[in-house]
Design a protein around this ligand. Structure first.
Ligand SMILES: Cc1cc2nc3c(=O)[nH]c(=O)nc-3n(C[C@H](O)[C@H](O)[C@H](O)COP(=O)(O)O)c2cc1C
Length: 384
């Protein structure tokens, strides 16, 4: 028996107080206290009316679990393995860019927390620390790299090569952000951290990107940031390009941002090894379907053997288990760990991870299941 959620719980009771927030809402509230409105709203906000952001949460709220009693769950296993990458819990850390706006340690703080807990990190293309710095912070701990496929193939491929040579074991291609969504909270403050050189580390350190500049970023940050933003929109991208990328790398390839069954099938035809059902936390298409609802459609389309992950709205252990029961092989944790970073740096992220592991483990035990991977749709109430 590995991880015991009850130990985390007991430690809090015995200490007489919790050093960290417990609920996702409390983490968010604490982050709102420590961050300036610009950075906080960049993390917390979404596209348009934020209807999809709310829908992601509502889809979890709507589903109800069907626990079994006296099922003998003293021994449990929370671990999952996805495309050769193991996690001690059925979640990974989602790619979140620009984390220097949450805490000076940025993605390196997150990387250390991921390594300390063994939960894999998906490093963002828009991170404030480089592929290599994060690899160094993680040692042998599992990590994937998320690619924003910019409109310059040579730059995109250079990022992939760097990830390959820095020990990243999976490539996540995000297809829902070929240009930035309409985000009222950021627009109202004209807040775009990239313009200040935040979240540009992969590009500023990239030899191909640098070769495109007249002056290095160290001499003219604004010009380099503007050049990076100019390479970002890539609305001409199609599934054929993905098939090309498939031929360029042996890393397991996942497509992130799929919301329809037919797109999941196209991703598979183009050679993807897996899909991540996601609406980018409601930051791209306002009014898009909730990620949990799309998961059901995608799993139905691809069948039981395909690798399907999801993110969007994971806030507690019950959410993790509902997503697994509805067909996810694992989920990605997003905003909550960014709030953990804002509140407590590496330790804050570790606390968020450990709490979610404990909550998931305890809920699994009380559900009457021994393995997170045993759950299927029979564990969800039909009426929900
Ligand atoms: C501040 C912020 C930055 C993000 N940056 C990226 C990114 O660089 N690449 C990416 O694929 N997804 C990015 N995402 C989306 C997350 O990977 C994930 O899909 C989303 O956060 C899930 O929703 P949730 O956090 O509400 O659960 C970002 C999300 C947030 C909140």
């Amino acid at each position: 028996m590995g991880f015991e959620g009850g130990q985390v719980q007991n430690a809090i009771y015995v200490a007489g107080e919790s050093p960290w927030p417990i609920s996702a809402a409390e983490w968010e509230a604490r982050a709102a206290e420590v961050l300036e409105p610009g950075p906080f709203d960049y993390i917390a906000g979404g596209a348009g009316s934020e209807a999809t952001m709310r829908a992601n949460l509502e889809a979890f709220e709507r589903r109800r679990l069907r626990p079994r009693m006296l099922a003998g769950t003293a021994e449990r296993d929370l671990a999952v393995e996805v495309l050769g990458t193991r996690s001690p819990a059925p979640f990974l850390l989602a790619p979140i860019g620009v984390l220097s706006i949450a805490h000076p340690d940025g993605e390196v703080g997150v990387a250390r927390a991921a390594a300390a807990t063994g939960v894999p990190l998906v490093l963002s293309s828009a991170a404030s620390h480089t592929i290599e710095e994060v690899a160094e912070a993680m040692g042998d701990a599992p990590r994937w790299f998320q690619l924003y496929w910019v409109n310059d193939r040579e730059i995109a491929l250079s990022l992939v090569r760097r990830a390959e040579s820095s020990g990243y074991r999976g490539l996540v291609v995000t297809v829902d952000t070929l240009t930035l969504g309409w985000r009222p909270r950021d627009l109202a403050k004209a807040y775009l951290p990239f313009l200040a050189g935040e979240g540009c580390a992969q590009f500023f350190s990239d030899p191909v990107f640098r070769s495109r500049l007249e002056q290095p970023p160290e001499e003219d940050v604004l010009a380099a940031a503007v050049a990076m933003l100019a390479t970002f929109p890539n609305l001409a991208l199609t599934w054929e390009d993905l098939a090309w990328l498939r031929g360029q790398t042996e890393l397991p390839l996942l497509v992130k941002g799929v919301l329809r069954g037919e797109d999941a099938a196209l991703a598979r035809e183009a050679g993807a090894d897996g899909v991540i059902v996601s609406n980018h936390g409601g930051r791209q298409v306002d009014g898009a379907v909730a990620a949990l609802d799309a998961l059901v459609e995608v799993r139905d389309e691809l069948g039981p053997d395909a690798v399907v992950l999801m993110d969007g709205g994971i806030r507690g252990g019950a959410d993790v288990l509902k997503a697994l029961a509805l067909g996810a092989d694992a989920v990605l944790l997003g905003r909550p760990y960014a709030y953990g970073l804002a509140v407590g740096g590496q330790e804050g992220v570790e606390a968020v991870i450990r709490h979610l592991m404990a909550d998931t483990d305890i809920t699994l035990a009380l559900m009457g299941a021994r393995r997170a991977t045993d759950l299927d749709r029979t564990w969800i109430a039909a009426s929900s």
